[in-house]
Design a binder for this molecule. Structure first.
Ligand SMILES: *[C@@H]1O[C@H](CO)[C@@H](O)[C@H](O)[C@H]1NC(C)=O
Length: 377
């Protein structure tokens, strides 16, 4: 049975190759593999057949052949259903048991890792479930994800021993993330746009709280706005805590001069980019999300009085603390992401997990400008 399915899917994959005649290549080699941060390693092996899955072509073979067997977009949904249904059957024995939420990292990073595990499962035809780790007493999967987001795909939860498949997941993800984006970046981006709403759809209770935060901040969602996500650059977060004066200096380059080095926005500063977008679209509102208290004032001064800068109270402390222990900081991230994904124009940085999350949650082709990584999301 499994073999038949594999054959059928391979055939479908080949049809997909014929359809995808104009492959685009992209220099971006998928620099941001969230899973690799596990630090796990091991001898190369193909993903286990453990959960009685309908695994397709082994990932390494698929990767070596330039992903010629890649799934046609039209069967992603069907494949997702199968991965989830198989995950319900096999629970902790599933091929991919995502432990993304048990890692002590920022919410954005956890969501990316969760989505990466799901992509791996769906792409590879593997069963998928979520690890509900109650052993540490933290149970972040329940406290954070189940509390704020819809489980619209109907994922099942495994409550048992920690899943032993981390290495295999990581190795296959390296093939997928490292090579697929090089072969067909648009395909991978589309796949992510298909999957991200399944890991990030805010439930109605949290949605009401987000609306309250927007109202308190003074965001008028009935009118267009430019969404800006501004944070300290990595250089500053890696260093010892920066005092506020130095921090203001650190942020100034974003406003006044180029910090991007990107070909798309060569020489453009945050002030220029936001100013242009506001002018071109006659927008007078900026929804600014930053972990910096002074950012709003600086941007206001730079842009002048005709622009209204709106900042939510609950701040995403994306780079300050990575623990997300406080409910307020979780709500801060959600408020930011929900606001930024709906902005007419989004200006942020591709180096930020939050920035990339917003990018994948926005409609394809909507205006999103990255001020770093050469303008590439
Ligand atoms: C995880 O397990 C705990 C303990 O059994 C349970 O209370 C919680 O509801 C579970 N979470 C999910 C999301 O199923």
């Amino acid at each position: 049975m499994a073999k038949l399915c594999a054959t059928a899917r391979l055939a479908l994959g080949l049809v997909a190759v014929a359809a995808a005649a104009d492959e685009q290549t992209c220099a971006d080699g998928g620099d941001s593999s969230p899973v690799s941060q596990d630090g796990s390693s091991g001898a190369p092996s193909s993903l286990g057949q453990k959960g009685g899955s309908n695994a397709r072509v082994p990932m390494k073979t698929d990767s070596d052949s330039g992903f010629h067997a890649r799934l046609d977009r039209s069967i992603w949904a069907e494949q997702l259903k199968r991965s989830v249904a198989d995950g319900a059957k096999h629970s902790c024995e599933s091929d991919v048991v995502s432990s993304a939420f048990n890692r002590p990292i920022g919410l954005g990073n956890r969501i990316h890792t969760f989505a990466a595990h799901l992509l791996l499962a769906v792409y590879g035809g593997h069963s998928f479930s979520i690890f509900n780790d109650t052993s540490t007493g933290k149970d972040d999967m329940t406290r954070i994800w189940a509390m704020h987001f819809e489980n619209s795909a109907g994922f099942s939860f495994c409550r048992g021993d920690p899943p032993p498949l981390g290495n295999k997941v990581k190795l296959d993800w390296d093939f997928l993330n490292g090579h697929l984006s090089t072969v067909d970046r648009e395909y991978q981006d589309d796949f992510k746009r298909f999957l991200y709403p399944l890991v990030w759809t805010v439930n109605s209770n949290t949605w009401n709280r987000v609306h309250t935060e927007w109202r308190k901040a003074g965001l008028d969602v009935s009118r267009p706005y430019v969404g800006v996500h501004l944070r300290r650059g990595d250089k500053f977060t890696e260093a010892s805590p920066v005092e506020i004066g130095a921090y203001a200096d650190a942020i100034r380059p974003w406003l006044e001069s180029s910090n991007s080095g990107g070909r798309a926005r060569q020489g453009a500063s945050l002030k220029d980019v936001v100013g242009e977008e506001l002018g071109a679209r006659k927008i007078e509102q900026v929804f600014l999300c930053s972990d910096d208290e002074l950012a709003a004032e600086e941007l206001q001064t730079a842009l002048g009085n005709r622009v209204r800068i709106v900042t939510p109270n609950a701040r995403p402390s994306d780079t300050k603390t990575r623990s997300y222990d406080s409910e307020e900081s979780i709500l801060g991230v959600i408020t930011a992401v929900e606001g930024l994904r709906r902005a007419h124009v989004f200006v942020g940085t591709a180096s930020s997990n939050l920035g990339r999350l917003v990018f994948f949650l926005r409609p394809k082709g909507s205006r999103a400008i990255s001020l770093d990584r050469g303008g590439q999301w």
